[in-house]
Structure formats: C-alpha cells, structure tokens
Design a binder for this molecule. Structure first.
Ligand code: HEM
Length: 585
C-alpha cells in the first residue's frame, strides 16, 4: 500500500507534517498517515511538488494523496515572527534529505549551508534550529525559564506525568529542588558499588558463554553488546533509583517486558509527530496503544508497591542529615528512600511515581547508548583501546574499581565524553518559547540576533554543536585526547574556548568548561540531574569490560546502521566479537 503526500516547495522551503519513528524491527519509518517506508521522487523540471510515496510493508498500491504543506501557514509564521525572524535563513533542502536517515543528519547539512540559526518549515509548523553555543546558552541557561519542553512535553506527559522532563515550570521548580540534592556525593559513591556489582554480573554472564555449547570452550564469543548494555543499564537504574533489582542481565520477567514496552512507546512517541494516541478511543482501538496501556499499568502498579513500601518504612530526616547517611552500608541507598525520608518533602504518591518513571526512562537508554557508541568507536581504534587497557591495568590491575580509582582513570573518562560528543543522547533538545524573546547574535557575529515570538518551537542541535567545524579540530574524528587541549588552542576566533579552570575539580569536561560548545547533558536549570551518575556508571562499566576482554566489531563499521528515537541506536544491534585478554599486565 502506498500513501502519497504532495509536498509543495515554497519560498520558505519544503515542509512536512510528519516524522519518522522506529518500527518494531528498529527501522526508521515514515510516520504520517499510512505509515511505512518512504520512496522519494524529486520534482521533475517544471513541477512544483515533491511526491513522497510511503509504502506499508505489504503491498504497493496507491492509497491517498493530500497536500500537507500550505504556503499560507508559512506566510503566517513569518508574519507572527514580526519580520525579524523572517530574515532568518531558511532551510530549503530536498525533502529526500529528511528520509532514509535520521533527522539530525539533515539538520547538520543545513547548518553548514545556512548558518548556526535557521528556520525549518515543517508542515504547518516552523522550527528554529540552533547550532551556536552563545545562542544555546541563552536559551538553556540565561533565559532558561522562559522556555518549556513544548512538543516533547506533550508527547511524554501521558507516560511521565508531571515528572521533571515534561513538568510545567511550577511543578518542575518544586520537584527539582527536592530531587537534585538526592544526587549528592555520598549517594554517588555508594552507586559505584551498584555499578560494579551489576557490571560484574554482566561479565560473569559473558565468561559463562565462553564455556557454553556454541563456543565449546573456544576463544571468542559473539554478542549484541547494545542489547547487553541495555540490560545492564536497566538493572543499574532500578537499583539506584528505587532499590529494585530487575535482574535483566540474567532473566526475562513480565515486569522487564512491560518496562521495555513502555520505553519503546516513549521512544515511538518522541519521534512520531502526529499524536494519534490522543484521538478518543485510540487507546482501546489501536493494538499497540492497548498493549502500551497494559504495560504502563503493570509498571505503575509495581512502582506504587515500591512507594507504599518505602512510605511504610519512612524515617523522616532533615536534608543535611540525609546527605550524611552511611550510604555504603545502608540496606537501601536509593533515591526513592531519600525522597520519602526527607523531612518536609511530603508528596503524593502520584507525583513520586511520575518522578521515578521519568528517571527510569531518562537514565536507562541514554547510558546504554553511550556504552554502545563508545565500544563502536574503540573497536575502530585498536590503539586507543590498548591505551585504555594500559591505563586500567596500571590503575586497577585485576582489582575492583572504586570511587577513588575513577579519578585516576582519566583516559577512560575522556573516552566516555568523546563518545558523548560524537553521539549525543538525545541529539536534539526541544524547547518552546513561553514569551517573546530576542536571541543573541551567534559567535561568528554573522547576525544581530533574531526576535522570537512566543510559541516558537526550537531545536537546539547538540549534534551540530558537538561536530561544529567552528569549535572542533577534525570534528568527526574520535580523539579522546582533544579534551586535554586547553583554551585558545582549538583556534576558534571569537569564542571563549575550552577552559577547565571555569569548572575546577570537575571530573569530566562539561558545558561550563567549553562555554556550551560541549553540552551532552544540556545546561542551565534543566540540565540533567543524573549527569555524574551516568558518567561514572559508563566509566565503570566500560573499564570493567576492557579489563577482561578485547573487543572487535563482527562486521564492518559501515554495516552498523544508525537510527534515532530519543537516543541514537543501531538498527540491528552492535554485534561484536569478544576475546579474553591475553596481555593482562
Ligand atoms: C549518559 C546518560 C545520560 C544522558 C546523555 C542524559 C542527557 C540528558 C539531557 C541532555 C538532559 C536535558 C534535556 C533538556 O534540556 O531538554 C537530561 C535531563 C534529565 N535527565 Fe539525563 N541523561 C543521562 C542520564 C540520566 C540519568 C542516569 C538520570 C537519572 C538517574 C537522568 C535523569 C534526567 C532528568 C530527571 C532530566 C530532567 C531534568 C530537568 O528537567 O530538571 N539522566 N538528561
């Protein structure tokens, strides 16, 4: 079956009122009516439209045709923007740029063509795409509370409720004040033990595979490491956030299935621009929505049980005392325990459940993706893998990793951040202006800034910033050492440069040190609360893996196709060959 959409290029560029989503096979699908894979025909000479044929998986027949881009809406957008935004460069890429590959690739090409602030007409909507650190800093930090999560909040609210990510500003202020202190130093130190225990479980599983039937005691095993990292990250987030052991590294269970079903739907919704699930009865009539409602209920019941349990054993404590607990030796060091025990932070169960669900989703796949891409990059750079292993051998030997040893594993930490630079999770941050604003001119001084009307939707492209040729030497190369290069030496004129002195004591480079040229966890008031948790978790897991194994890709790097949802994934898994190390010093 083919659905044909006619997209009419206008003076403001081509537009789409659709998106793409990750199908159950992990493919990128066109997500408009009659969702299926697109085949793009560029307009013939003299034609004013671009035809997109969307094939569903079964047949090839045309189904419908409709005009979705109407130039009046673009004129309206220009009008609303008071002319000023109208002078903003507009992306006029071929519609084909948007399909068959993740959106952020097309946004990168247009960034190189149109500059670091441009407008992209997207069906009846226009998005402003920002790839400049000064403008990003303004939107995220300096004027951060004048923007909310816009489209993203609309999509995630049915799953995360009033959790921090989609929360309205008032709820966010209240909850952020309570949740952020939960990630204090002693908690993070205790979490290192959770990271090592869970990583050990994964490694034990791999070691058993060497003895298994298929390998027959052979020297290599083949595995989809992306799937393994996903299980590992799920176990860690369950224990760290609500003291629940999913045990997903070693078993399957209904709750794990429900969690994956829900994560999958969160992912689907964040890439599917037509919120069909809001249509009355869709939750009962559309099978995947029925399944989603069932999964959600299953997890919500499970979270409600955990919350009830935590409340029944509540030990009300002042914040200061809570942060001094002996986290290394308590039975339950979780964030849930902290949130329930904090004096004066009484909150209804529904809000707590939203908080936990948000952290489960925000902290799971992001970390799994960092590990996946770090391995993908290292496997293509064996000398860097050896360098990392040499560091691990000298710092840890065959011993266990601790909070203190993370400080000594400098190269490992740089590998993690370099993987985040090249594959930021998520690659785009989404905002909507709550009131009119004036963006500052970009670092190149190529504009005087643009007026932004209230309601403007913005993509801050972290991917573009992280691969900007204006800020990074050889931006597409994997070079963890680059973070050791100090201010000015990246040779960027007009940009304050890379300066560790701005964030003394930071274990990992961050947005402050780089003045927003590197911002894997966002920045400003809505910066990730779990950044240090995630960075240490990734460092520990990767170091423990490399301590024991050499890793190669099973196929060529080109065969590892990339797709995006909320995070950047592989299309068919990261299949690797693991060999027990023979060179352990
Ligand atoms: C490598 C792993 C991770 C990455 C790359 C990552 C990235 C991000 C980014 C970029 C944001 C900002 C989103 C925006 O401004 O729109 C964010 C927000 C958030 N992250 Fe993470 N994250 C990671 C791990 C975690 C973990 C482990 C947790 C919890 C345990 C977590 C909890 C959150 C929460 C609650 C927010 C919303 C903060 C707010 O709005 O106040 N994240 N994350």
């Amino acid at each position: 079956m083919v659905t044909t959409l006619t997209l009419t290029p206008t003076a403001t560029g081509s537009g789409l009122s659709s998106g793409s989503s990750r199908g159950s096979s992990g493919k990128l699908y066109y997500a408009g009516p009659g969702a299926g894979r697109p085949a793009i025909c560029k307009p013939k000479r003299g034609e004013s439209s671009v035809v997109i044929r969307c094939q569903s998986m079964k047949t090839d027949e045309p189904k419908a045709k409709m005009n979705i881009l109407d130039s009046a809406s673009n004129l309206l957008t220009n009008f609303l923007s008071g002319g000023k935004m109208g002078s903003m460069p507009q992306a006029e890429g071929a519609v084909s740029d948007l399909f068959g590959r993740p959106l952020f690739f097309a946004l990168y090409d247009w960034f190189l063509e149109h500059g670091s602030v441009y407008k992209l007409a997207f069906g009846p909507k226009a998005f402003v795409v920002v790839s400049d650190p000064i403008v990003a800093r303004h939107i995220l930090r300096e004027n951060g509370l004048s923007y909310d999560k816009g489209v993203l909040a609309e999509i995630l609210e049915p799953i995360m409720g009033k959790g921090l990510i989609p929360a309205d500003i008032d709820t966010w202020k209240q909850r952020r004040r309570v949740i952020a202190p939960g990630f204090h130093a002693l908690y993070l130190e205790a979490m290192v033990k959770v990271f090592t225990d869970c990583s050990e479980r994964t490694i034990l599983k791999f070691e058993r595979l060497f003895e298994g039937e298929e390998t027959k005691g052979g020297r290599t095993i083949e595995l989809d490491l992306e799937a393994e990292f996903s299980s590992l990250a799920l176990d860690i987030i369950g224990l760290g956030v609500f003291n629940y052991d999913f045990g997903s590294v070693t078993k399957e269970s209904p709750v794990i299935k429900a969690v994956y079903g829900t994560l999958f739907e969160a992912e689907h919704r964040s890439t599917f621009y037509i919120p069909y699930w809001k249509i009355p009865l869709a939750r009962w009539l559309v099978p995947r929505q029925r399944k989603f409602q069932k999964d959600l209920k299953f997890i919500n019941d499970c979270l409600d049980d955990l919350i009830r349990n935590a409340k029944e054993t509540r030990q009300e404590t002042d914040l200061e005392q809570l942060q001094k607990r002996d986290y290394l030796n308590v039975k339950d060091a979780s964030l849930l325990r902290f949130l329930v025990d904090m004096r004066g932070a009484d909150v209804d169960d529904r809000q707590l459940r939203d908080d936990l669900m948000t952290m489960l989703i925000a902290g799971h796949e992001t970390t799994a993706a960092v590990l996946t891409w770090a391995v993908f990059l290292l496997a293509q750079h064996p000398s860097r893998m050896k360098k990392a292993q040499a560091e691990i051998d000298s710092v840890l030997g065959q011993g266990r990793i601790t909070f203190e040893s993370i400080k000594k594993l400098e190269y490992m930490r740089l590998i993690v951040v370099e993987a985040l630079r090249l594959y930021p999770q998520p690659p785009l941050l989404i905002r909507r202006a709550l009131k009119s604003d004036k963006l500052p001119g970009g670092h190149k001084g190529d504009n005087n800034g643009y007026a932004i009307p209230a309601g403007t939707d913005i993509f801050v492209s972290v991917y573009n910033l992280h691969r900007s040729p204006y800020f990074w030497d050889k931006p597409n190369e994997f070079e963890p050492e680059r973070f050791l290069v100090k201010r000015g030496s990246q040779g960027i004129e007009g940009w304050a440069g890379f300066d560790p002195a701005r964030s003394p004591g930071a274990l990992y480079p961050n947005e402050i040190i780089s003045d927003f040229a590197f911002m894997p966890f966002g920045g400003g008031p809505r910066k990730c609360v779990g950044d240090q948790f995630a960075l240490m978790e990734s460092t520990v897991a990767l170091a423990m893996l490399l301590q024991k194994f050499d890793i190669e890709l099973k196929g060529s790097p080109e065969s590892v196709e990339l797709v995006t949802g909320a995070t950047i994934h592989t299309k068919n898994g990261l299949w690797c060959r693991l060999k027990k190390r023979e060179d352990i010093q």
